[in-house]
Design a protein around this ligand. Sequence first.
Ligand SMILES: [Zn+2]
Length: 268
Amino acid sequence: MVKLYSRPAFDEPAWWFVISADQILTFNDTQLPFGCLGELPFPALDDYPVVQLGELRERTCYLIIADYLDDNFDAGEFKPLRNLLDAGDMEKFALAGRARQFSDFLSTHRFCGRCGTRMQAVDWELAMHCHQCQHRCYPRVSPCIIVAITKGEKLLLAQGKRHKPGMYSILAGFVEAGETLEQAVEREVHEEAGIQVKNIQYQLSQPWPFPHSLMAGFTAEWAAGDLHIDPHELVTGDWFSVDQLPAIPPPGTIARTLIEKAIGKEKQ
Ligand SMILES: [Zn+2]
């Protein structure tokens, strides 16, 4: 059984994911700390939670939860997780996302939501436990749907309010309590674009740590209705010819994969 809160020996090389709020410690922008604890420019870790995260290239990965604006790690710089995504290293991005979600979970579950007692970390699974009332919490994962919709040789793309200027993507939204994934696709598409879709087909999923989503990816086809883009959620949106797409999310993102699947299907 893995002891989650164990630390490596001083001479064991490991990957270090040092998280402060929603940022990660990097050297030279996207390089993550790797090496033996005795050789790295880290402070003494006695006062920091250290959690085993998983493995990367046959070495153990550890999470260190740093304080907000912690200057004990000033040999490197805290940068947004998105930098790893933009650098295209999806393996490190996935682990960094896991690290950020663990860190977020531990720092927001220090007290029991039912009785207010201080909670204790469980050593063998990622959970916080209240020994007063036995309430146990696990990291929150919020399911979202994301869907690439085609209409003949055209693809529906929209510009979200949080997208980079000029960047278009496919529609996405949170699953509501009591909804199936397919119902969420139908509702979100209708709310955001005013249309109905058919042939909703599940394709793949991707954890998305902003802050704790799990994206369930679908393709679908237009069935009925004129496009009415919801101005509360989106800046603009339209049907784009599959041969003339605007700027879309980078390779490695589920949005990009779904766009390529939808387009590939249209070209067959
Ligand atoms: Zn309790």
